[in-house]
Ligand binder design. Structure first.
Ligand SMILES: NC(=O)c1ccc[n+]([C@@H]2O[C@H](COP(=O)([O-])OP(=O)(O)OC[C@H]3O[C@@H](n4cnc5c(N)ncnc54)[C@H](O)[C@@H]3O)[C@@H](O)[C@H]2O)c1
Length: 256
């Protein structure tokens, strides 16, 4: 893809076997310098090590997306290390059973789960944009991709915090696209459907996966690499005229 070689990408939520990792690996293959960041430092490092072992350019850093100072320091680290920041992929989420099993419906969800989910998925993404956008605007170029979920478009009777926090990203994305657009900075949104990341494989049953496969207009279920290509495209100059848009990457599950 055009315009990626030599540029700098920050993947905020990269750990072995997940969407962030697949994207980091793809971007490094396209010639970008990549920072893999995650709450779990060892997991982020494993991704960076895989990239460097294959001859790519990557470094890992631990951060906590719920802590604005931590995200700000991550962005400063990225710029110090590689001399700029051209692509920011906001992809972190807390999909742990501990959190998701308590994210029930609107009548019963515990307020600590509601707040935590908004902290990770909405406020955290805002912190990254708040500190990356001025750098990108000064460079006169940059691309931000936020990760939502197909579940927001479909609706579901549980996970009220997750759906609500994720849906706030529509406004954050279009606002950022509006602020950044005239300065060469774009911001778009992707909504994965069921993607067989390591976490999602552990959290779903064979029966669920078979039922999901029957519901998608595709020959197989999604895998993390299915998001890596779209993000690389949205970071590249090939998508120069795409700004403030939303993409479902769900194998066609959401046709009505
Ligand atoms: N896998 C799917 O089926 C699916 C479907 C729809 C949407 N999504 C979205 O795609 C994104 C990636 O999904 P995935 O399957 O790769 O998930 P994942 O759980 O493997 O990856 C998310 C990463 O975020 C990190 N994280 C959690 N809390 C953090 C914090 N406080 N600070 C920094 N990092 C933190 C986790 O450690 C993890 O590595 C998420 O935003 C998720 O909501 C995934």
């Amino acid at each position: 893809m055009q315009g990626l070689r030599g540029k700098v990408a920050l993947i905020a939520g990269a750990a072995e076997g997940n969407i962030g990792a697949a994207t980091a690996i793809r971007l490094a293959r396209e010639g970008m310098h990549v920072v893999t960041a995650d709450l779990n430092e060892a997991n982020a490092k494993a991704v960076a090590d895989e990239i460097t072992a294959a001859g790519g350019s990557a470094v890992a850093k631990a951060f906590d997306i719920t802590d604005e100072t931590s995200y700000k320091e991550l962005i400063e680290f990225t710029v110090d290390r590689f001399g700029g920041l051209h692509g920011l992929f906001n992809v972190a989420a807390d999909l742990s059973a501990r959190t998701m099993s308590r994210d029930t419906d609107v009548t019963s969800v515990p307020l600590d789960i509601w707040q935590h989910t908004i902290d990770v998925t909405l406020s955290g993404y805002m912190y990254g944009i708040r500190h990356a956008l001025p750098i990108m605007m000064e460079q006169g170029t940059g691309s931000i991709v936020n990760t939502m979920s197909s579940v927001v478009w479909m609706g579901k009777d549980v996970a009220v915090s997750y759906q609500t926090a994720k849906s706030g990203l529509v406004g954050l994305t279009r606002h950022t696209a509006t602020v950044g657009g005239k300065h060469g900075v774009r911001c778009n949104l992707i909504s994965p459907g069921v993607i067989l990341s390591k976490a999602s494989l552990a959290a779903t049953t064979e029966q669920f996966r078979e039922e999901t496969l029957a519901s998608v207009r595709s020959t197989r279920l999604g895998v993390p690499d299915d998001l890596a290509g779209p993000v690389a495209f949205l970071f590249s100059d090939d998508s120069f005229y795409i700004n403030g848009q939303s993409f479902l990457v769900d194998g066609g599950a959401n046709f009505t």
